[in-house]
Design a protein around this ligand. Structure first.
Ligand SMILES: *Cc1c(COP(=O)(O)O)cnc(C)c1O
Length: 376
């Protein structure tokens, strides 16, 4: 069997007979029935329920995560909602302390009436999770590396703990991508992505996905599927088509993100104007050993740094950078820096001198030169 890198490039639509090398875009919202009014075997009925471009995307994303099935959504947030929605009222959830802001807001704002409560713990020590388990704990939600301090959580240990306690485990794998971490292989029950980031890779498509394997119950996977097809927060066929194209260069892009990142991390780590670098690939990272154990092909394209000086000095560095654009978001081919404190607003707990860096796939010498001049 061909390798994953090859297979991803060669997947095409089911029931496709035009001979097109590139999968055609099927915009039609509705599909033909047979003479008896029945739906044609293996064909689609209505695009909210299923669409050829979306099914191809779900197949490819499942392959990338070693899952058996997937449900694509119009955004990462909608994908997260499908998991939270499946928990039911009066559930308790355990979240990491530096969780993606939007996930916490979903629980705080949208599920308040459901009496869903949550505890926030530092997941770099699994004991903290164990201590937070309550009788009604239904879900442990993990992000590794975490945002923005790049903490690493031990997915094998967390999966084991959740299994023993009959709690669903879900990993937001947006930052790592399946190139660096495959949570399902480590025993985690469900993977979620904002495909807006590395899987899309070009900062031009919003999307999300939930991926699972046989380990979760039929009832759970059906609940997620129903949230998608009945709830209707689905991606458009054209977004699916574009994301399918992005996946053809996924391996190539991730390799470059990774090699650029380790060089930049080492450069910044040795720079006198930089106080600290958070990157799991550095041997000085507190969870480097766990990162080495559970990450493959490198340590990702995200890092954060603390610059010397105060907030103004830090913002000045961000504005002096020419190639690294000062903008929120991540995972695109272009390098970005983000001053998290100003991005997160008044409730931010990020240090005033922290810059989050999404390392792109540009020439590494240009990236080093850019930081050199901005820090000087
Ligand atoms: C961006 C992001 C999300 C939310 O995804 P959207 O596509 O913006 O809805 C969730 N988790 C992480 C880690 C993210 O970076």
């Amino acid at each position: 069997m061909a390798s994953l890198e090859t297979s991803i490039i060669h997947q095409t639509l089911e029931n496709e007979n035009t001979g097109a090398i590139v999968p055609p875009l099927i915009q039609s919202t509705t599909f033909k029935r047979d003479d008896n009014g029945a739906f044609l075997e293996g064909r689609d009925i209505y695009t909210r329920a299923s669409n050829p471009n979306r099914r191809l995307l779900e197949k490819k994303l499942s392959m990338l995560e070693n899952g058996t099935d997937a449900a694509c959504f119009a955004s990462g947030q909608a994908a997260t909602m499908s998991i939270i929605h499946s928990l039911g009222q009066n559930s308790h959830v355990i979240l990491p302390d530096d969780i993606y802001y939007g996930t916490r807001v979903i629980l705080e704002n949208l599920y308040k009436n459901w009496n869903i409560t949550f505890s926030i713990v530092d997941m770099s020590d699994v004991k903290n999770i164990e201590h937070a388990i309550q009788q009604n704990t239904k879900l442990v939600w993990v992000e590794t590396p975490s945002n923005p301090s790049l903490k690493i959580a031990d997915l094998i240990e967390i999966a084991k703990l959740c299994n023993e306690n009959n709690i669903l485990s879900a990993a937001d794998n947006t930052w790592s991508s399946p190139y660096f971490t495959k949570p399902l292989d480590l025993g985690i029950d469900i993977v979620m992505h904002s495909t807006t980031k590395y899987l899309g890779g070009h900062s031009d498509i919003l999307g999300g996905v939930v991926i699972w394997n046989e380990k979760i119950s039929q009832q759970k996977s059906q609940s997620i599927r129903d949230y998608q097809t009945i709830g209707g927060g689905v991606p458009s066929p054209s977004d699916c088509w574009l994301l399918n194209r992005s996946l053809s260069t996924f391996f190539l892009r991730m390799e470059k993100h990774s090699t650029n990142s380790i060089i930049l991390a080492n450069f910044l780590n040795n720079h006198p104007k930089v106080e600290k670098v958070f990157y799991p690939g550095l041997i000085t990272h507190p969870n480097h050993d766990i990162a080495k154990k559970q990450m493959t092909n490198g340590f990702g394209g995200m890092m954060s740094i603390l610059t010397k000086g105060n907030e103004q000095d830090c913002l000045k560095i961000a504005s002096k950078l020419q190639i690294f654009q000062h903008a929120t978001s991540l995972g695109g081919v272009e390098s970005l820096v983000d001053h998290r404190k100003s991005a997160e607003g008044i409730h931010s707990v990020s240090p005033e001198n922290l810059l989050r860096i999404s390392v792109g796939i540009e020439n590494i010498d240009d990236l080093l030169e850019d930081f050199s001049q901005a820090l000087s």
